[in-house]
Design a protein around this ligand. Structure first.
Ligand code: RIB
Ligand code: CA
Length: 312
């Protein structure tokens, strides 16, 4: 089977790093580029973090393109929980190389148009604020047709926000970008907190990953150990939610996920509700569905996939 051409747009970020490594360890995917965006940390940290992750995996053949350094309209809000430098302090070695020349937004348009010229489609995993994606769609709205799917980690529906009572971080960070993307006509698959909170990297699952070994095992275990929130009240168990890797796992094993097509929209007007994602669960508006929202995860299957691939 021909591997899918994949671009990951990311703000690495600890769970972002696991998502990138999962893509690199999966023959179903041909990761063609990593695009960085400000989010968990400033772009000046996210970009070398992405370079360092690819160096760690021995894949410096894959280019990193830096994207937007700030949200489209609202004030900058950085992520939390990722530690100094956005990658758990000193867990990752410092990057040796540099990002490639060119802006991620321009490169995404170019790559989408060249896929079109070959009568092919691009798959995209967007696992940070959607600023780059929205900017590319604003410059050339036609590229939405060149994407097989745009798999987004973001939003929370029946699960409260993780940065405000209403909003998940990626959508809070740039709600205007979310609105542009949701209205773009792209084939969107959404992994909200409702889904990603089922993907808890518990101590037992981390131990399974450690015992499985592999050349990435040590760094993966260190990253996931740092990621443990210890927030039993919120998650019901120890560990950290592996938000971003669910987007890559969907491209590899969609059968692990269940969801439904529905219309969703984001609040950009009410400061307290900035980034709040509202879902038309029962078709009560006249709006056609604009996303496939995933709410069910085979968590055991997800971690079995993660363990098998990352221990390679
Ligand atoms: O809310 C979860 C999202 O915000 C993930 O993408 C994580 O990396 C953080 O940036
Ligand atoms: Ca992220």
């Amino acid at each position: 089977m021909t591997p899918r051409s994949l671009v990951i747009d990311t703000d690495p970020g600890i769970d972002d790093a696991i998502a990138i490594l999962l893509a690199l360890c999966s023959p179903e995917l041909d990761l063609q580029a990593v695009h960085t965006v400000a989010g968990n940390c400033p772009l000046s940290e996210a970009t070398p973090n992405a370079v360092s992750i690819l160096e760690l995996a021995g894949r410096t053949d894959i280019p990193v393109f830096a994207g937007c350094p700030r949200p489209l309209i609202r004030d900058q809000q950085y992520g939390k929980f990722h530690g100094r430098g956005g990658m758990g302090g000193d867990v990752l070695p410092p990057a040796v190389g540099r990002a490639a020349e060119g802006h991620a937004v321009v490169r995404l348009i170019e790559r989408s148009l060249s896929a079109r010229a070959r009568d092919e489609k691009l798959s995209i995993c967007a696992i940070g604020p959607l600023t780059n994606i929205a900017a590319a769609l604003s410059l050339d709205p036609s590229i939405a047709q060149d994407w097989q799917e745009l798999v987004i980690m973001g939003g929370g529906l029946r699960v409260a926000g993780n940065r405000t009572p209403y909003a998940e971080y990626n959508f809070l960070a740039d709600p205007h970008a979310v609105r542009i993307v949701l209205n773009s006509g792209a084939e969107i698959v959404l992994m909200p907190l409702d889904l990603t909170h089922q993907a808890m990297a518990t101590p037992a699952r981390i131990e399974t990953l450690r015992a499985a070994g592999g050349r990435l095992s040590d760094i993966v275990v260190r990253l996931l150990t740092y990621w443990d929130r210890g927030d039993i009240a919120r998650f019901g168990e120890p560990g950290g939610p592996l938000h971003d890797p669910t987007t890559v796992a969907y491209l590899i094993a969609p059968e692990l996920f269940t969801g439904q097509k529905m219309y969703v929209e984001v609040d950009c007007e009410t400061p307290l509700r900035y980034g709040h994602l509202v879902a038309d669960w029962y078709g009560q508006t006249d709006n056609p569905p604009n996303a496939t929202v995933m709410t069910g995860l085979d968590a055991a299957g997800f971690f079995a996939l993660l363990t098998e691939r990352l221990s390679g």
